[in-house]
Design a protein around this ligand. Structure first.
Ligand code: ZN
Ligand code: ZN
Length: 375
């Protein structure tokens, strides 16, 4: 069975960059993914073909071998095993391709300079801080370049020497049946260098653990789930590789009065039976202090009032949302004898009047309900 050229499979030029490859693979894989094309053998084959092509071309060493020797140059290399490979779900694939965000970081285990891991930090904010923006200092345990050895891992005054097993290539060729297979050098584990006298502070790792203090500018309007990226503030790279990024994950704490939903704020305001009956002015909290809320006579409990523009401006801009106040009737407590008498009087005065239309219709409904059952 003849195989198609990997570049052709992904529809890219021979000199395509890593980003172009990733984009091309994403496009092809999305189109032919089995989840989207159930029971379509052709799509499944195309999907596998694209995955295989991307697996090879996204790996510098495999790509070089492929460019030089074609398909036979990469046969039997690390995990490829020639066909028969299954497919994961969307998230598996794209988690692998695009998700080098949390943990893992660069290319582990392949030796040579690799990018440091990205870090995640959860930042707890009050609602006020999130809405108005703030600047906070955070302490992040991370890996930084070792100052003693300058990150090369060798004891000061000494230096790393070229690996004698692989001659500095980091790769060795081994004969496996008919094929000559390239493998990571077992002596230097792909670094191409060995350290005779390791730095004492980092034990030859070139990186040390340190708790970094960072200042984070939190823009106004952020909400739980938003994240702030601090480029280059993740872990230091290995062997001189670039540092990873730090992602500050925003978490807004519960507020005494307000619940936030996007741009809108919600709060509950107690109302006395007198204000509810006669109408009145309530004092309600906003994030900028108190404001007056006029309620009309005969306001029922649970009624929602909207205060326009007293909500939140999103970090993405636009107009401020609204503050939604739900009034909740409060039954008076600690009544004196006289007050109880007045209420009795009031109650008597209401006899036979239509003061509680909802209650009346509710009782009517209940009568019918039980009446039907008894019959
Ligand atoms: Zn060191
Ligand atoms: Zn070596």
């Amino acid at each position: 069975m003849s195989k198609r050229d990997y570049y052709e499979v992904l529809g890219v030029k021979k000199d395509a960059s890593a980003a172009e490859l990733k984009k091309a693979y994403r496009r092809v894989a999305m189109k032919h993914h089995p989840d989207r094309n159930p029971d379509d053998k052709d799509a499944e084959d195309k999907f596998k073909e694209a995955s295989e092509a991307y697996e090879v071309l996204s790996d510098e060493q495999k790509r070089a071998a492929y460019d030089q020797y074609g398909h036979s140059g990469v046969e039997g290399m690390g995990g490829m095993g020639g066909g028969g490979q299954g497919f994961g779900s969307f998230s598996d694939i794209f988690g692998d391709v695009f998700g080098d965000i949390f943990g893992g970081g660069g290319r582990g285990g392949r030796g040579g300079p690799s990018r440091g891991s990205d870090l995640r930090y959860t930042l707890d904010l009050t609602l006020e801080e999130a809405v108005k923006g703030t600047e906070v200092k955070i302490k992040v345990p991370t890996l930084v370049g070792c100052k003693t050895c300058g990150g090369n891992g060798a004891k000061p005054g000494t230096s790393a020497s070229t690996c004698t097993t692989c001659g500095g290539h980091g790769q060795v060729r081994m004969q496996q049946g008919f094929f000559s297979v390239q493998q990571t050098c077992p002596n230097c584990r792909g670094k191409g260098k060995t350290i005779g006298d390791p730095c004492r502070d980092c034990h030859g790792q070139g990186r040390v653990e340190e708790t970094k203090t960072l200042s984070v500018k939190v823009p106004a309007g952020v909400d739980t789930g938003d994240r702030i990226r601090l480029a280059g503030e993740g872990e230091a790279g290995a062997d001189g590789g670039p540092a990873g990024d730090l992602y500050v994950q925003v978490h807004v704490k519960d507020h005494e009065f307000f619940q936030r939903d996007g741009r809108n704020l919600y709060c509950e305001v107690p109302i006395s039976i007198f204000d509810a009956c006669l109408g009145g002015e309530l004092e309600v909290p906003t994030l900028d202090g108190r404001v007056k809320l006029k309620v009309p006579a005969e306001t029922q409990t649970g009624k929602m009032f909207r205060l326009r523009g007293k909500g939140v401006v999103s970090v993405r801009g636009g107009a401020a949302g609204d503050l939604m106040c739900r009034v909740v009737l409060e039954t008076p407590v600690n009544l004196s004898k006289r007050q109880k008498e007045l209420l009795e009087e009031l109650k008597a005065s209401m006899k036979g009047q239509k003061n509680s239309p909802k209650q009346d219709s509710w009782f009517e409904g209940m009568k019918n309900f039980f009446g039907d059952l008894k019959m």
